[in-house]
Design a protein around this ligand. Sequence first.
Ligand code: PLP
Length: 389
Amino acid sequence: MKQVYLDNAATTPVDPRVKAAILPYLEDLYGNPSSVHSAGQNVRAAVEEARSKVAALINARSDETYFTSGGTESDNWALKGTAWAKADKGNHIITSAIEHHAVIESCQYLSKHGFDITLIPVDKFGLVDPDDVKNAITPKTILISVMHANNEIGTIQPVEAIGKIARERGVLFHVDAVQTAGHLPIKVNDFNIDLLSISSHKLYGPKGAGAMYIRKGVRIESLLSGGSQERGKRPGTENVPGIIGFGAAAEIAQTEMSAEAERLTILRDRLIRELLARIPDSHLNGHPTLRLPNNINISFDYVEGESLLLNLDFEGICASTGSACSSSSLEPSHVLLACGKIAEEAHGSLRFSLGKSTEVEDIDTVVEALPRIVNKLRAMSPLTPRAAH
Ligand SMILES: *Cc1c(COP(=O)(O)O)cnc(C)c1O
């Protein structure tokens, strides 16, 4: 049975060209980039070349781009690092109700340490209204953090408009761009972004590598203490194979992303159209057009997302009920609840996230399998109204 992998928002496979770029750094090129000898300095040069490729992907400068262990660390660093650096200026942070757990939990941590957090609500499509952000700003506001696109429902936020407001009011602006980097164009200057989180394994690079963009002149505390790596801001011997792979993946993404986004949008819309047409009482979550090219999130009334997942998995189809990070907990998705769904609706939702390996045949496999599975589960479900059986 061919595996149909439609969980690329959770992680992507390593591109074979990325793997080839990494291998020498697992073999002969093992020097420590901080070493003075040539074995170290050759690796240093390769790390800096990777940095320039990652920086280019987000239209940033190399000296504003810092390597981290991934999106989670970058998000923690942006929130906590700014809070500690700016605590004398104010204690108010604005974020949205549908951020990734790495941002939400960092805010919860900070709220235990004297910071006030304002969660901006979203509309039924998951969109933040920039005016709500503007109205929430107080003289004590030190940071606005709004994600570029949501990992569960794919909604793309008006970050450019929010960035403009942040800049006008002199408040730092952080963007979690983990779902968009390498998939959609990012221009940190045009968007007035001060801090930006990205992750390698969401763009066909290896896991455990990420980056944070820190605009020149922005002061932020380090999370770690130690050596002088990453200009002293993020100490610890560099994850060289991860960084080399991240750089290679960023370079490939830059040349291929626009054609790939176009290809995936067609497949995405085909899957949405066919599932909504073939399965009664199904509803698209997220925005119909302001949406990641690879994201499909649909609620199916009267059934449990978990049961759908298991049945799909049995037929070789990998999907998700939302974010990979919370899928093992039975809490309803905070994202769907924020969009106004009730818990039952949130429980019956599925996310399909397409990727480079996705072909039209994979879409058709889901279109054949899922209506059958939903029918079977609905026939057994006590939630199904009799007329719908
Ligand atoms: C995956 C993801 C993260 C976490 O990135 P890791 O590299 O897995 O730690 C953060 N934010 C968003 C939006 C994500 O999709």
